[in-house]
Design a protein around this ligand. Sequence first.
Ligand SMILES: [Fe+2]
Ligand SMILES: [Fe+2]
Length: 224
Amino acid sequence: MAEAAAALARKGLRAHCRRLCCGEGSRGRWGFQSIHSFYRFCSTGMAFESINKPVVDRIIRVDHAGEYGANRIYAGQMAVLGRTSVGPVIRHMWDQEKEHLKKLNELMISYRVRPTILLPFWNITGFVLGAGTALLGKKGAMACTVAVEESISHHYNNQIRTLMEDDPEKYKELLQVIKKFRDEELEHHDIGLEHDAELAPAYSVLKNAIQIGCKAAIFLSERI
Ligand SMILES: [Fe+2]
Ligand SMILES: [Fe+2]
């Protein structure tokens, strides 16, 4: 009985919130809920006028998954090579990935985006990929870095193009974040090349295989 009353109260609060925040009731249930939507979030008071919510959801979800995966890759590399001469180089890149993930976590909350259900899978595969390539040696780890960072920066460029074509002003915050991250991923890519990534055993095969994996990870993380 008490549970039913509590559930009713929660339902009432949510309905009240939707009326206040989303205009429900005054313009019909889906009045503001077309593809381009007006959102004013109850918890933050933030307003996102006319954003393309499905597109923004997809962008934030996949970027969060990517940064999460990158953190796990560098964790795997550090587990193997942390005490070698390239330890500080990998540490520097990992520190930047930690900042990227922190920012994506914040964006997920403010834009109310759920993470991909594949995070536990990326947790393991990211670490195995980082540690596995690091076991090939310093050059193997750097080849992995080049392959992954090239894929991610290409992916960020696609997102920048999508948001710019829609409305650069509307997506100013997101664009700033993605451009900064894109530049830092390119820096990681160049660090990999400077540390002899191309001299890794079977560099082309390794790079292609990793990039096919990245494409699959991006495809899946955008959708589920
Ligand atoms: Fe990153
Ligand atoms: Fe990176």
